[in-house]
Design a protein around this ligand. Structure first.
Ligand SMILES: [Cu+2]
Length: 289
């Protein structure tokens, strides 16, 4: 949200500098007001695709993150934990489907990833960056956003009500009890996972975690992301202001998923695991007060 605001300020600064009066940045359009330079922030350069994408075939997403200094950001965290590099979280406007993609980062800071959009519609691209904190101006992580439209008629879906059991490719995910969730407060959901033969599932570590819990708010598409890690894993905790949360799993078939989101509303939890050679995404609907 902050990045979007910053972009609008940049656009407004450009309009003020150009000989276009009354173009409408807020209420003031008098040409006598002094021009105020836009705040220097992180921004995206040369984001691609520039036009529409097509469902069912690879689309190359690429961009460079430019630092407040004006130079490309090229140093990102690496390591065995989940909070490294640059992640892409790609969600359809109706909060119905989600892709979670890693990226390649070139030495010059150019970031690329081929992505297959599943169906037509508008998709919000959430760029979640984990830079190396080389100075006080570099945050632990931050997000930037873009929209990509996938050609064709989108069949938008309404968000379903909470259902404690979700089946994905024969695997059953079951939430224990009805979670009581509040904005800005860490909570835990116990979720059992059984394979198609009813046995407790063994989770394979994938991208530094046993499970990735991605929360997307219906309507605004606000975003938060937590992880369930193996015992003793490092860099697993997710922070939101002063609150923090770390998911755990000590027994096959059982996940204790950390929930932490910034605002109330209807949220979708996309729970991603890697089991028996299958990537599974289980969606749940949550109410946060
Ligand atoms: Cu993750």
């Amino acid at each position: 949200m902050r990045a979007g605001l910053a972009r609008r300020h940049l656009l407004c600064a450009a309009l003020v500098a150009a000989p276009l009066f009354g173009a409408g940045c807020g209420s003031g359009s008098a040409p006598s007001a002094p021009t105020i330079a836009a705040a220097r922030t992180f921004h995206l350069a040369r984001f691609r695709p520039a036009g529409r994408a097509h469902a069912g075939r690879p689309t190359l997403i690429s961009f460079t993150i430019i630092q407040p200094s004006g130079s490309p950001l090229a140093a990102y965290k690496t390591g065995s934990g989940p909070h490294t590099g640059v992640d892409l979280i790609i969600v359809r406007s109706d909060d119905s489907s989600l892709l979670y993609e890693d990226t390649d980062i070139a030495a010059n800071g150019r970031i690329t990833q081929p992505v297959v959009f599943p169906s037509p519609g508008r998709y919000r691209i959430i760029i979640d960056a984990y830079p190396i904190e080389t100075s006080a101006a570099i945050p632990r992580n931050f997000q930037m956003f873009r929209w990509v439209t996938v050609a064709g008629a989108a069949k938008l879906r309404t968000v379903p009500a909470f259902n404690p059991t979700v089946s994905v490719d024969g695997y059953r995910f079951t939430v224990q009890g009805r979670p009581s969730l509040h904005a800005d407060q860490a909570a835990f959901m116990k979720i059992g996972v059984r394979d198609p033969r009813g046995r407790p599932t063994v989770f394979t570590p994938w991208r530094g975690a046993l499970a990735h819990a991605i929360f997307i708010r219906a309507g605004s598409l606000d975003y938060f992301h937590t992880h369930v890690c193996s015992r003793g894993a490092t860099n697993c905790t997710s922070l939101l202001g002063a609150a923090k949360v770390t998911g755990t799993s000590t027994t096959p078939g059982k996940l204790t998923v950390g929930v932490l989101v910034p605002v109330p509303g209807t949220w979708r939890l996309f729970l991603l695991v890697y089991v028996d050679g299958h990537y599974l995404t289980a969606p749940f609907t949550l109410t946060v007060t």
